[in-house]
Design a protein around this ligand. Structure first.
Ligand code: OGA
Ligand code: MN
Length: 295
């Protein structure tokens, strides 16, 4: 069995076959997946019935795992999964769907907004790996947008305008845009905005991409309403159907994406049903702005 990748969308997204993610990979398999990620930005693996430990081991082939602390309002003692896993399910510790008005559920609804994982961290994520342990039949697709293609399609004037812009990203902005505004002092400190360049260059391919997310709430040096209107406009451009792939989940799919080159969002589904999705996140290696964070 050897690894093969076929393209699922005209401009990005590959489907990988000939690999079993439960076992340790050979260096050439890891290299083939990395190369596939550089090229396709999203890879889909079907039929991967893995445990959390196997998912963590597979993820470690691509770098250090990002600690999930600081990215949620779920308190440590309420966590269903280990700190190396991001719980993207709609479940509480009892493995039952959270109540409609549960604060954790309302916070997680932010995943329905276009975003790039951990853009609210000073060193944002490289890859995300999402395993569908229990999926829903109707709705709940995860959509991806190719931010390289979105950048390429900007006119020259807009490319010049965005080139050196720096945004501030925070979970406060994405959740705030849904009306989730009540945060404790501790949460406010945890969600302190960080700076990110609006245009990123991929370290391997050299391709530029628009680094947008619903977490972006300001552009340095711009009045806030003007910045938000512009960011909305860019997001609308970047998420046109021609740049978007919609993944319909089958149980035991694992989907892996490059947060430096894509945005994603989950679509609505019946939240009284169990949707058990578990994510590992591979840490990035540097801030997108050279400048150190203001103390
Ligand atoms: C994520 C995420 C979308 C989904 O795991 O980062 O945004 O489909 N999940 O649950
Ligand atoms: Mn996400």
């Amino acid at each position: 069995m050897s690894i093969a990748i076929s393209q699922l969308h005209p401009i990005f997204v590959g489907e990988v076959s000939g690999i079993d993610l439960r076992r340790p990979l050979a260096p050439d398999e890891v290299a083939a997946i990395e190369a596939g990620m550089d090229r396709h930005a999203v890879l889909v693996f079907h039929g991967q019935d893995i445990t959390d430990e196997q998912q963590i081991a597979f993820s470690r082939n691509f770098g250090e795992i990002e600690n999930s602390a600081g990215g949620t309002v779920t308190r440590p003692e309420q966590k269903r999964l280990s700190a190396l896993m991001n719980d993207v399910s709609n479940l509480g510790q009892d493995n039952r769907p959270l109540a409609r008005d549960d604060r954790r559920r309302l916070f997680n609804l932010g995943n329905q907004l276009w975003h790039s994982d951990s853009s609210f961290r000073a060193v944002p994520a490289k890859y995300s790996l999402l395993s569908g342990r229990v999926v829903v039949d109707k709705g709940g697709n995860t959509e991806f947008a190719d931010m390289r293609a979105a950048y390429d399609a900007l006119d020259a004037e807009t490319k010049a305008a965005v080139e050196d812009l720096v945004c501030e990203h925070s979970l406060m902005y994405s959740r705030g845009s849904l009306g989730f505004t009540e945060l404790s002092a501790e949460e406010q400190a945890m969600f302190r905005p960080v700076r990110q360049r609006l245009v990123r260059t991929h370290p391997v391919t050299g391709r530029k991409s628009l680094y947008l997310a619903s977490h972006a709430g300001t552009i340095l040096g711009w009045p806030v309403p003007e910045a938000r209107a512009f960011l909305r406009d860019l997001t609308e451009h970047a998420t046109q159907p021609r740049f978007v792939f919609s993944h319909k989940w089958r149980q035991h799919d694992l989907v892996m994406w490059d947060n430096r080159q894509t945005m994603h969002r989950v679509r609505r589904f019946d939240d009284s049903l169990i949707r058990d999705m578990r994510r590992t996140t591979v840490a990035g290696d540097a801030p997108t702005v050279e400048q150190a964070e203001a103390a």
